[in-house]
Design a protein around this ligand. Structure first.
Ligand SMILES: [Cu+2]
Length: 292
């Protein structure tokens, strides 16, 4: 474990632990492997891999054009509830709330995309006539890098840059479609944007979220709905349907993820955000980093 990303290292932490992974049909499970560590060193800065050094071995050009463009803007901000002010992450001005007894996939399958509770989750829809879709992500937190993770698709990074990119402006920028990097997680530095190109061939409700666990827990999640008609055609196993009847009568269908709304912000909030909904200044962001 690279502890350079930590602001402090707990004395009791064992930063290096080992396990054994075996590939293939080996029958010899008794002897220890003899593989050795890589010789390259990891830098002491806490940043993503240098993408310019990464080239997909299995070449795959991106589609040269896209059928649809959607965008997600993420930012840290405040939520006031019952007189208390909470720190939350927002995606398109919506802080995700998980209604655990109202699963979105099954809801869309039976009721269509009108099922989506727009006050609980930010959503983007790629309809069934879309085969190539672009997802713009704008990281509005000027000094906070986030690792964005998309489920269900292996996206191609066809553009990135500083500042924000609107859906309209996306029509006039340059795209790299020649064997672009394919990933499922991408660090977008604070104040930057990226454009992810996907094949819209996998019907589902795919979450896009920050992979820092507590950012996710504080609402950093949106959904990409791929092929709503295809979702309606999914044959759900009975074991999934059975879950719908598993809610005890005394538990409300409006129950949110346990503890989700009651958790207090861990530090003095007034020190953290200078009253701005978006655009956290550097001083505040540094304080936030301490809690990664
Ligand atoms: Cu994050």
């Amino acid at each position: 474990m690279n502890t350079d990303c930590f602001n402090w290292v707990d004395d009791t932490l064992n930063a290096t632990v080992y396990t054994i992974l075996r590939y293939g049909n080996t029958t010899d499970n008794s002897s220890d492997p003899t593989t050795s560590d890589w010789s390259d060193t990891i830098g002491s800065t806490c940043v993503d891999l240098d993408e310019s050094l990464l080239v997909p071995v299995e070449e795959k050009d991106a589609q040269s054009t896209t059928d649809a463009v959607v965008s997600f803007n993420s930012s840290f901000g405040q939520l006031v509830s019952d007189g208390e002010t909470y720190g939350r992450f927002f995606v398109n001005d919506t802080s995700y709330t998980n209604y655990i007894y109202q699963p979105i996939l099954e809801g869309i399958a039976s009721e269509g995309t009108s099922f989506i509770n727009t006050s609980a989750v930010a959503s983007a829809i790629f309809e069934d006539d879309v085969w190539t879709g672009d997802i713009i992500i704008n990281n509005l937190d000027a000094n906070l890098d986030h690792p964005y993770h998309l489920h269900g698709n292996e996206f191609q990074i066809v553009a990135r840059g500083t500042g924000t990119l609107s859906v309209d402006d996306a029509a006039s920028i340059d795209y790299n479609t020649t064997n672009p990097l394919r990933r499922d997680t991408l660090v977008i530095p604070g104040g930057d944007y990226a454009v992810l190109r996907i094949s819209n061939d996998n019907p589902g409700v795919w979450v896009l979220h920050c992979h820092i666990a507590w950012h996710l827990a504080e609402g950093f999640l949106g959904i990409v709905v791929s092929r709503p008609n295809g979702i309606a055609d999914i044959d759900f196993p009975s074991s999934m349907d059975d879950l719908c009847s598993s809610r005890p009568d005394f538990v409300s269908a409006d129950t949110t993820e346990p503890g989700r709304r009651r958790r207090a912000w861990p530090i003095n909030f007034s020190n953290l955000v200078k009253g701005k909904r978006h655009g956290i200044n550097g001083h505040s962001a540094q304080k936030m980093r301490r809690h990664f």
